[in-house]
Structure formats: C-alpha cells, structure tokens
Ligand binder design. Structure first.
Ligand SMILES: [Zn+2]
Length: 134
C-alpha cells in the first residue's frame, strides 16, 4: 500500500481537516481509499473504491511516493496480452490502451508502485516478465 497524508480546509466549519489517501492492490484489482476527518467539527468521511484511483488520490500518492518505471524484459513481445492487461487494470479507452502499451514497449510505463506491481504480476502470469525500476 502507498498512502499520503495532508490537510485542507473543512468545507463545513472552515477548520483544518486532515485526510489520508491510499492506493493498494487486492487480488487482481487496484483499490483506493480517501479518509477525511475534521477535528474541529467532528465530521469524517471514508471513500473507497476498486479500479483506478480518482485523480486527487493518485496525485497525492505520486506527490508523496513518486512513480516507478515498468519495462518488459522482452520489449519486442507482440500480441494482445499487453493491451488486455492495461484494459483490465485501468478500464482504458482503446487509444489510452495503445498509448500505455507503446510506453511499456518503449522507455517504460510510469505508474505508482501499486499500479506497476499489479501490472507486472498480471503480465508475468500471462508469460511476459516485466521489471520495475526503483
Ligand atoms: Zn469541520
């Protein structure tokens, strides 16, 4: 799991609200959580979901932990496995899938640690070993 904590302004009372955003892998799916708590008025919320993280959650995780690069051990590998894995993980459009697959076969696909770890596991299970740098 990769988590990031920060504070913002509570929309209810204007006090300082603390929040924690996290991204993880459960089974063969990405998961995310966003927990917020205002100590001033006591309001708290817990949002969670499966699949790609909302942009705010992902941005917080990237800001705190950075990204990692995923590359195929054999960049020349062809076939539909790579696009299928990206579609399964991210629900990408055809164009988005093609861009991600091209990056993976080129300089590498940049993602959060949970994202590249899940991609690497699914690719390896399909017979395409991949390496994560960093
Ligand atoms: Zn509040």
């Amino acid at each position: 799991m990769r988590a990031a904590r920060s504070t913002d302004r509570c929309p209810g009372c204007g006090g300082t609200r603390t929040w924690e955003a996290a991204q993880s892998v459960e089974g063969r799916r990405l998961c995310w959580t966003l927990d917020r708590h205002c100590a001033a008025c006591g309001v708290q919320s817990c949002d969670r979901g499966r699949g790609p993280a909302p942009e705010a959650v992902r941005a917080a995780v990237v800001a705190r932990h950075g990204t990692h690069l995923l590359r195929l051990e054999d960049p020349g590998a062809r076939g539909g496995t790579v696009p299928k894995v990206f579609r399964d993980v991210f629900d990408l459009s055809l164009a988005g899938t093609a861009r991600a697959a091209a990056a993976l076969r080129g300089d590498g696909y940049e993602g959060t640690h949970p994202e590249v770890r899940l991609l690497a596991a699914l690719l390896a299970a399909a017979g395409l070993p991949a390496v994560i740098d960093g």
